[in-house]
Design a protein around this ligand. Sequence first.
Ligand code: ADP
Ligand code: MG
Length: 682
Amino acid sequence: MPDLTTDVRYIKGVGEQRAKSLLKLNIRTLQDLISYFPRSYDDRRAFRCISDLQPGESACVKAMVAAPPTLNRIRRGLELVKLRAVDGSGTLDVTFFNQVYLKDSLHPGETYIFYGKAEGAHLRKTMTNPLVEREDSRGLTGRIVPVYPLTAGISQGTMVKAIEQGLSACSGLLPDPLPEEVRTAHHLCRIEYAYRQIHFPDDEEQLAGARRRLVFEELFLLAIGLKKLRRRRDVLTCPPYAGTDLSDFYARLPFSLTGAQRKVIGEILSDFSAGRPMNRLVQGDVGSGKTMVAAAAIVCAARNGKQAALMAPTEILAEQHYRGLSPLLESLGVTCSLLTGGMPAKTRRAVLAGLQSGETHLVIGTHALISADVEYAGLGLVVADEQHRFGVNQRAALSAKGERPHLLVMSATPIPRTLALMIYGDLDVSVISELPPGRQKIDTFAVTSAYHQRIYNFLRKEIAAGRQAYVICSMVEENDAIPDDRKAAAEYAGMLQTQIFPDLRVDCVHGRMKPKEKDKVMSAFAAGEIHILVSTTVVEVGVDVPNATVMVVEDADRFGLSQLHQLRGRVGRGEHKSYCILISDNRSEESRARLKIMAQTGDGFKIAEEDLRLRGPGDFFGQRQHGLPALKVADLSCDMSLLHEAQQAAEELLRQDPELRGCPVTAQRVRQMFELNADTLN
Ligand code: ADP
Ligand code: MG
């Protein structure tokens, strides 16, 4: 008798070998298998008679094989099976390439369903390599067919069969994480029905219903988990900091802080004196001056005898922070050190010793700073810069360090407030809502690829004037679950280097590089040794190369607006006039409207609001920049009202049953989602 934890290899039709391939898609158990949702769907419901087939149209045809299929060997490695099928309205000539077995498995006089793209005119139609199956099998034709992200060794057909088997294997076994009252109150379908329909929908309406239910479930569990986290920290205490005079800090800055910066610093200081560990997210657009806000918090902690750790997402960013902050902080009596992986052992020991003795007030590094081998005399404040790689789980790991340090998370991803309140349910949110005065606008243009030559000329002109440029190329989505961006970036860089800019230095970074290699290229770019840096989306968050003045984005319509805004924020960081060129051949209304917004405004929050209006919150979840547990369906589709509904339902349930005693399945799924053990979530 299988249960949801049964290894997929025991599912009929899977076996050892395929189980190994499925593992690459993170599918281990029956539960994983049935939760592997389609990426899209192929609507193969349309049936036509042969005479009605339109050239270029994909459709199903029910036709009888008229004569034995023939086999032709054209040349070595190319074998054609041909057959003629009829349905009373006309004749269909079917050709299969390299599928010799079909010669003997399709029998004259029998009727089959062919699904494919038709060509030809009048009564003589053709199909090349159609899907074919017996009239009575109806697996791949005649219905809406799921399309799954795949990996080597697993075909769509295998996946479809495995999931069908999986669904029947757990028939009657699926426990519902939604309590019955919640499910009915919100008009949601039953879990088993939802799973079946999300994989094999009867029609669009059933699919929408299934999705709605699964999205709701996911957001509901997420909301419960976050609310529990929040409640857990609400009962924690820590000694309040004394009021701190920061006037010497302000006096040493070469500029005066903006009102927004001062307001946020005020919010942090009041958290410090509240006697509870702070858990605050500071959102501020690129360039809004988050670093100085963090610096103020660090000085305050140091003056209260506490140490601070500043975590950057990469070593190169950590070094940049160290160089930028330590002169200012040291002059205020805050001792700083840098901890990186590449340090000589002796230096590293000295840094660790300084932290252990309390001599060092601030340490800057990557998330390794909160690992077990770094000991602090009294860690009072952790600052995470660019929080998207600092998830809920790490936050939990932090409080486990015993000291209950204050946590300040800084993010440049502007998220509309309504959404922020939901997805950062366990954090307080501050917004730096204004940029320092005198920032120049980055001129933004949306053009078609007909402008390539002009763009290249423009790049050449800027580079001749001593500047540098980024070129972002998009990734062609392949059938793989993990698309390979290495190829896209390397090919594009190679083309630019050899065909367009043979006299300049072009290099590339991509997601499959080791952090060290990536840092090396980024450092060379920062040092001005590379003129044009090609990359997919991975241009390291926050990297400061003031000399870079042009950001070119290929296939700009494939990026979310907020993502484009982040990319644009890589330029305009120095004294030079900067430009952003968005290339897209997508002529759809929506795409044009979106790119127009980019050209019109530089305000990240406005852009995010527009993005939310145009595309719904799915994108924000999809970006995974929030450090939340990975969502499976909410990525696909979800609207704001559903988000609110799920959140309210979660609140209501927790009010009635704070320990979730009445719904163990819900409790267990929440724990699973956050991958924490029972007592950290309670
Ligand atoms: P981000 O919010 O993107 O992390 P930074 O903290 O790196 O922004 O600040 C961007 C730049 O603006 C830095 O060079 C910083 O010194 C400068 N800056 C910060 N605050 C102000 C201010 N109030 N007035 C003028 N310049 C400022
Ligand atoms: Mg920053």
